[in-house]
Design a protein around this ligand. Structure first.
Ligand SMILES: Nc1ncnc2c1ncn2[C@@H]1O[C@H](COP(=O)(O)OP(=O)(O)OP(=O)(O)O)[C@@H](O)[C@H]1O
Length: 258
């Protein structure tokens, strides 16, 4: 499924956070948003999801204006992984993930065997099967983040929007989530995610969009966009970017001061 973003602007109150932003999220693609704290990545995601109104421009889902899709149709196609948040209700992790099945369950029906099987398989695949019976209010921040990712995956979306999905995860879970992102793209899901880690962008991105000063400053292949010059401009830090010997992994490291 394609998501076409055409010259959108968005913000809060009198403040414009993003403007003149255009890109198309293609089928099977992983697009990574990269940019400094507070630049507007979360707000851009919320505007894609209709949670923050557009000030200008348009969004089309498979060629149709997104507003012409019903809420239920949209929910069955687009899943959102927000940044981990404080838990309010003591649902079990299993019930939280089962909620991801809601768009696929009839209005007055209860989740069936298939919904429970998908939930269990998703928890296992992300390595948190052991948390199924635990209360969401009583697990760690990183565990909550993986549970939110599991909820979105159980939704079986065509488009997956992930706000810093690896931010609070340990190294093992970071790699498991990034691997799953690549697998999902291979299965036909279109994914847009944000990260502050250039290595993660190199690992999963088909393309990288640099968000800077309210606009898309660059959009293209990771190696063309995430350069030492670009990171110097964004953060005023000196880095070196190179290939790890004997692999095709591109990595970023701080340049030693001499
Ligand atoms: N609900 C809100 N009301 C008013 N301003 C907001 C609101 N949420 C965020 N902002 C402001 O909008 C700007 C963009 O915030 P946003 O959370 O989109 O940035 P971000 O790029 O996702 O940041 P980070 O990388 O730190 O998560 C910031 O200046 C922020 O202070």
């Amino acid at each position: 499924m394609r998501l076409e973003i055409d010259r959108i602007a968005f913000g809060y109150g009198s403040r414009l956070v993003g403007q003149d932003i255009s890109f198309t999220l293609e089928e099977n693609e992983v697009l990574v948003l990269f940019g400094p704290n507070g630049v507007g990545k979360t707000t851009l995601f919320k505007s894609l999801l209709g949670l923050v109104p557009l000030r200008a421009g348009s969004i089309r889902l498979d060629g149709q204006p997104i507003g012409s899709w019903s809420g239920r149709e949209r929910a069955s196609r687009i899943a959102y992984v927000p940044q981990a948040h404080a838990a309010l209700f003591p649902f079990t992790v299993e019930d939280l993930v089962l909620m991801g099945r809601a768009p696929h369950v009839g209005m007055f029906a209860t989740p069936g065997r298939r919904d429970r099987d998908i939930t269990a398989a998703t928890l296992e695949r992300l390595g948190i099967g052991h948390l199924a019976g635990r209360a969401y209010t009583e697990i760690s921040g990183g565990e909550r983040q993986i549970a939110l990712i599991a909820r979105a995956l159980a939704q079986e979306p065509s488009i997956l929007v992930m706000d810093e999905p690896t931010a609070s995860l340990d190294y093992g879970h970071q790699m498991r989530v990034l691997d799953r992102v690549r697998e999902l793209a291979g299965e036909g899901v279109s994914i847009v995610l944000s990260t502050h880690n250039p290595d993660h962008a190199f690992q999963v991105a088909d393309r990288v969009a640099l968000v800077f000063q309210s606009r898309l400053a660059a959009l293209g292949l990771p190696e063309a966009v995430l350069t030492a010059e670009a990171l110097k401009q964004l953060y005023d830090i000196d880095v070196v970017i190179g290939m790890l010997a004997g692999s095709n992994a591109r990595l970023c490291a701080p340049r030693n001061k001499t």
